[in-house]
Design a protein around this ligand. Structure first.
Ligand SMILES: [Zn+2]
Length: 223
């Protein structure tokens, strides 16, 4: 990701026996005003990985983003989320009340989960055809759409299960897929957003217990 969509990078350093997070290392500690430059090696700042990527640069991946707006600007932990699948050219296939959409923009700030295991690369040649054929099924006509039971998540999960079946693997049910693949990523993203917003507002964020920052509950609504 580049520029504004990527957001600023976050760093974490230790001072005053606390973990302090900010957008860049300040000259003096915001708590004691002491010099931050003279840190011991174990206090050296580390950067916090940005959990968001440009979905249009991800091949064969499951993507998640807020239905409206972006994670960094608008997401409040309760907003509806929307999901899709990328083809090998970064086109994002997703299902909504208007049928299957093939988006070339709009997924620049997404949580991305690669769906191809290293031993499945042979599948990449067929991926775009599978995805296009799957999306042309009558199952995904606009009038079949139902907000709670036949939605973007049904579409992506059914496609993932078609792929797993093709590979001779067991299909996943919704809660298995969510727990195993999605929740770990949304948890990280929530933590990152908490830090990001706090730093935006106060310039820094202090944690008494390193590694145990409060988490926002990931939104459960899907469209
Ligand atoms: Zn200090």
């Amino acid at each position: 990701m580049h520029g504004a969509e990527a957001g600023k990078s976050l760093i974490q350093f230790n001072h005053c026996k606390k973990s302090i997070y900010s957008f860049s290392v300040p000259l003096c500690c915001p708590l004691c005003q002491g010099n931050v430059g003279s840190m011991k090696l174990e206090e050296a700042p580390v950067s916090i990985a940005n959990p968001f990527t440009n979905g249009h640069q991800e091949k064969c991946s499951f993507l998640l983003r807020p239905t409206q707006g972006t994670f960094l600007r608008e997401y409040d932990g309760r907003s509806d989320l929307h999901v899709g699948i990328t083809n090998t050219n970064g086109v994002v296939y997703n299902y909504n009340a208007h049928g299957v959409q093939r988006d070339k923009t709009g997924w620049e700030q997404s949580i991305s989960i690669l769906l191809l295991q290293p031993n499945m690369y042979g599948l990449m040649d067929q991926w775009d055809k599978y995805l296009e054929d799957f999306s042309s099924l009558g199952t995904w006509l606009p009038h079949r759409y139902e907000e709670d039971h036949h939605n973007c998540y049904s579409y992506t999960l059914m496609f993932i299960n078609c792929i797993l079946t093709t590979e001779g693997k067991e299909p996943l049910d919704k809660s298995e897929f969510t727990e195993r693949y999605v929740v770990p990523r949304t948890r990280l993203a929530s933590k990152y957003l908490t830090l990001y917003r706090a730093i935006q507002e106060h310039g820094f964020y202090v944690s008494d217990h390193p590694g145990q920052e409060p988490c926002l509950a990931p939104g459960s609504g899907l469209c």
